[in-house]
Design a protein around this ligand. Structure first.
Ligand SMILES: *[C@@H]1O[C@H](CO)[C@@H](O)[C@H](O)[C@H]1NC(C)=O
Ligand SMILES: *[C@@H]1O[C@H](CO)[C@@H](O)[C@H](O)[C@H]1NC(C)=O
Ligand SMILES: *[C@@H]1O[C@H](CO)[C@@H](O)[C@H](O)[C@H]1NC(C)=O
Ligand SMILES: *[C@@H]1O[C@H](CO)[C@@H](O)[C@H](O)[C@H]1NC(C)=O
Ligand SMILES: *[C@@H]1O[C@H](CO)[C@@H](O)[C@H](O)[C@H]1NC(C)=O
Ligand SMILES: *[C@@H]1O[C@H](CO)[C@@H](O)[C@H](O)[C@H]1NC(C)=O
Ligand SMILES: *[C@@H]1O[C@H](CO)[C@@H](O)[C@H](O)[C@H]1NC(C)=O
Ligand SMILES: *[C@@H]1O[C@H](CO)[C@@H](O)[C@H](O)[C@H]1NC(C)=O
Ligand SMILES: *[C@@H]1O[C@H](CO)[C@@H](O)[C@H](O)[C@H]1NC(C)=O
Ligand SMILES: *[C@@H]1O[C@H](CO)[C@@H](O)[C@H](O)[C@H]1NC(C)=O
Ligand SMILES: *[C@@H]1O[C@H](CO)[C@@H](O)[C@H](O)[C@H]1NC(C)=O
Length: 737
């Protein structure tokens, strides 16, 4: 086999699209989401898109969850006031009463013009009040109208109504359940009797939360309320099944939670596993049953109760003797049954074990294990550190893939922390993709060659692949463990005390640039990373940067400088030129790197759904700030002092060049690395260069701005672009993690 030729083909793309090792104690939480507005808590995934609150931290998961906080006191969703948000999937608002008073009056028809949130079917009723009145609820969806309603009669006899006060019996007042999935609703009320001798003079119809309305005969004359509380359902995503959601980068259910779905609503909800509590979109935490009052333990005494992760155990001192005859017999029979059961199970397991060994062999062969062994023994010296692990070893290392050892969850797989018997700590990545064509040998070989090449990348700032396991259906990859988590978490986690100095940031940028430059030019075959982002840069104890996640990377065939590919990447980091042309070049990495540098400079997320439109895309916002000479306003202020002002300015200029729309005008990673090195050394330079830099900056900015406008003349162009691209392309839409 021609080893190189094979390696040149698409990477892991098919065989192992494993998103990277978020190889560390990544806080799955997005801390800081504890906002309240007035008295209403705003739990994530909801967020507040109010520019008076800094965008970071207040981001919602999706645009539809973006609320506003008026005057710091009233939480609003469009025209509607939000009364309460239940993290379990519902929220309360106030909705209007449809009203018809007097002979010639026309009824108003309140309209909740949204197809995003259906009216909750189990928490509301449609209520109609009046005499000979009918009220109905329409839901208009996809051009079709769905209706429900009820009608009242009074027979013109006042006493009948007196009898029904307090209850909605159909006389003077009727109520009806609301069918599921009603969105985009209007309510209307009509009177069907042409007669003047009816009781009262008004007719009403409205939706009200359970128990928020009590009928009273007075209401036939005047209902004091113009609005009633209404419960709406919310779910994450739209038209997506749990199965599909779970393998996506933007999967919303965090640690110790699961995806919940039923066909009465589109999208999905997250729920904590039994034994856990909290906000499943952030982090479910263990319930201490032994001291909890809501979920009490059932041990005989509190002293016997021991809390465990997700559960509890009871172990009390033995009760001892004194069993009567009946108990003994029962125990005897029980023991017999148990023994029978155990021996049957044992036989079964022996049989299974044999099958398992066979299966392992099959997977080993399928996954190209023999080819790999050949390659390794063919004398590739540099692969000496590369190891083939058995399934048993990795199972042991991760305590049978214990959920509590999960340190990262990407779109393509799960990463566990593992403890090898030789005391090494590793990160083990388990891919989720099951190949469609199990027998595609060629594909297997690509995967194997892939693994070998990656294992040979030996760079201080690239996460090291230590080995893999081929005995399982889906290959497992073993990486070095990087202790401090992702750069993204460090920049954007509010309480992570990201007070790391400018020098460290500069070093991280420079190390990352060095690694990318190595991949682009120095590695034996050029590699385009294709998903450069702060979440793919890990930090070790000394804040040394390690580039990770080659799940989307591509080798560039020698003598070729661009590749036509399916556009893939992460929103906010994605090279706009690549997006338009689908031509992948190493300059796409340069663009993404530019965005990472801007993150380091500003401390802001690359993309935020909330906030003013022109600030959603960080790169664009940064460039326009530069252009308008507001650079120092977008910087994270605490990194700035007189001494490093010049360096910061130069780095900002460099980032602006990386972010040019025209890839050819961007510097190469090698040039970027050299410049960053230069800036690092220049630290103690005299301050006199500043004027020159300013001059240069004006020139550069002029260029940058003209190129921005080449592709459209308003800033909204950027956003529209995002919309249509999200619809068309497999982009990891991850606003963050
Ligand atoms: C979840 O929250 C608990 C307590 O706040 C914390 O100890 C734990 O580390 C968090 N887990 C994750 C995965 O963030
Ligand atoms: C969130 O806010 C609530 C109410 O203001 C408070 O009780 C709770 O401790 C806060 N949680 C965190 C993690 O700050
Ligand atoms: C904001 O609230 C304060 C106090 O409730 C009130 O005086 C002020 O008029 C409000 N401003 C607006 C714009 O509603
Ligand atoms: C609300 O009303 C529905 C239908 O009448 C009923 O099934 C449900 O239990 C009620 N829920 C509450 C919280 O009262
Ligand atoms: C909502 O209803 C209006 C008319 O009542 C209709 O024009 C509109 O298309 C509906 N929206 C959706 C998303 O169906
Ligand atoms: C009501 O009925 C009377 C006769 O019974 C008729 O003259 C009148 O036009 C009707 N009014 C309406 C609004 O239909
Ligand atoms: C309902 O509407 C009709 C027609 O507008 C009006 O005559 C009547 O007084 C209203 N009230 C009741 C209780 O029917
Ligand atoms: C309706 O109005 C009455 C009188 O103002 C008030 O007591 C009641 O709480 C209101 N009901 C709701 C659900 O707002
Ligand atoms: C779907 O979810 C709703 C709301 O949680 C629940 O009331 C209903 O019973 C569920 N339906 C099914 C079929 O599980
Ligand atoms: C005690 O709780 C455990 C777990 O919740 C349950 O499996 C067991 O049946 C309970 N025992 C009794 C006596 O209720
Ligand atoms: C994770 O969260 C905990 C508590 O919220 C905090 O103490 C810790 O520093 C965080 N770790 C990282 C890597 O952000």
């Amino acid at each position: 086999m021609d080893y190189f030729k094979l390696s040149l083909v698409l990477i892991v793309g098919l065989a192992l699209k494993v998103s990277v090792a978020a190889t560390a104690e990544t806080n799955q939480t997005l801390p800081g989401y504890n906002y309240t507005c007035g008295n209403v808590a705003v739990p994530y995934p909801f967020g507040i898109g109010d520019s008076s609150r800094p965008g970071r931290g207040a981001c919602s998961l999706e645009p539809k969850f973006s609320l506003t906080c008026n005057n710091e006191s009233q939480l609003r969703w469009g025209d509607f006031e939000v009364l309460h948000i239940d993290p379990q999937g519902q929220w309360d608002t106030l909705f209007f009463v449809s009203k018809l008073c007097g002979q010639d009056a026309k009824s108003n028809a309140p309209w909740l013009r949204s197809s995003t949130f259906p009216v909750s079917s189990d928490k509301n009723q449609l209520i109609t009040v009046g005499c000979d009145t009918y009220g109905y609820l329409d839901s208009v969806y996809d051009g079709n109208t769905y209706s429900t309603g009820c009608l009242t009669r009074c027979y013109g006899h006042y006493p009948n109504i007196i009898g029904s006060v307090g209850e909605c019996t159909g006389i003077g007042c009727c109520e009806v359940k609301i069918p599921p999935s009603m969105t985009n609703i209007t309510i209307q009320v009509y009177n069907f009797r042409n007669s003047t001798n009816l009781v009262g003079n008004c007719n009403y119809s409205f939706i009200a939360k359970n128990d928020s309305y009590k009928f009273d005969e007075q209401h036939l004359w005047d209902l004091p309320n113009e609005t009633f509380p209404l419960v709406l359902d919310w779910t994450v995503g739209e038209d997506i099944t749990c199965k599909d959601a779970e393998i996506r980068d933007d999967y919303a259910c965090k640690s110790n939670s699961y995806c919940d779905q039923n066909n009465t609503y589109s999208g999905y909800r997250c729920r904590c596993h039994d034994g856990y509590e909290g906000n499943p979109y952030l982090n479910c935490t263990d319930i201490d049953e032994c001291s909890s009052k809501d979920k009490p333990h059932n041990c005989t005494s509190p002293d016997c109760c021991h809390n465990t992760d997700g559960s509890f155990t009871c172990s009390c001192p033995k009760e001892g003797e004194g069993l009567d005859m009946v108990t003994k017999v029962v125990i005897g029979v029980g023991a017999g049954i148990v023994i029978l059961f155990v021996s049957t199970t044992l036989l079964y397991f022996i049989h299974q074990k044999r099958k398992l060994v066979k299966l392992k062999e099959k997977y080993f062969r399928q996954n190209g294990g023999f080819t790999l062994l050949q390659q390794l023994s063919a004398g590739e010296n540099s692969s000496q550190a590369f190891q083939i692990f058995t399934a048993e070893q990795l199972k042991q290392a991760t305590n049978n893939f214990d959920e509590s050892l999960i340190i990262g969850r990407g779109g393509y797989g799960t990463v566990f922390k593992g403890f090898l018997t030789d005391n090494r700590i590793v990160a083990i990545k388990k891919s989720k993709i099951v190949q469609e064509n199990q027998n595609d040998e060629n594909q297997k070989e690509q995967f194997i060659n892939e693994v070998i090449v990656l294992s040979q990348i030996n760079h201080r700032n690239v996460v090291k692949l230590l080995g893999c396991c081929l005995e399982t259906e889906i290959p497992l990859l073993v990486y070095e463990f990087v202790s401090k988590g992702t750069l993204f978490d460090f920049i954007h986690t509010e309480n992570s005390a990201w007070n790391v100095t400018w020098e460290t940031r500069l070093r991280i940028a420079s190390e990352t640039a060095g690694a990318l430059s190595y991949l682009h030019s120095a590695a034996s075959i050029p590699i385009i990373h294709r998903d450069v982002k702060s979440a793919n840069i890990l930090l070790d104890d000394t804040y040394t940067a390690k580039v990770s996640d080659f799940g989307a990377s591509r080798f560039v065939p020698l003598g070729q400088s661009e590749l036509a590919t399916m556009v893939q990447g992460t929103i906010g980091y994605l090279d706009p030129e690549y997006m338009q042309t689908s031509q992948l070049t190493e300059k796409s990495d340069v663009y993404s790197f530019g965005v990472v540098v801007v993150e380091l400079l500003t401390g802001k997320k690359p993309f935020c759904f909330d906030g003013p439109e022109d600030e959603r895309n960080l790169a664009m916002h940064f460039l326009s700030s530069l252009r308008e000479d507001h650079l120092f306003e977008v910087l994270q202020f605490d990194i700035l002092d007189e001494e490093n002002k010049q360096g910061i300015m130069e780095v900002a200029m460099l980032a602006a060049r990386c972010l040019r729309l025209n890839g050819e005008e961007r510097p190469t990673m090698k040039e970027v690395t050299m410049e960053l090195e230069g800036i690092k050394l220049m630290k103690n330079h005299p301050w006199t260069n500043a004027d020159q830099i300013l001059e240069e900056s004006q020139y550069l900015l002029h260029e940058a701005s003209s190129s921005i406008y080449e592709h459209g003349d308003s800033s909204s162009h950027q956003y529209t672009g995002y919309d249509s691209i999200r619809d068309r392309l497999p982009i990891t839409l991850d606003d963050g993690r």
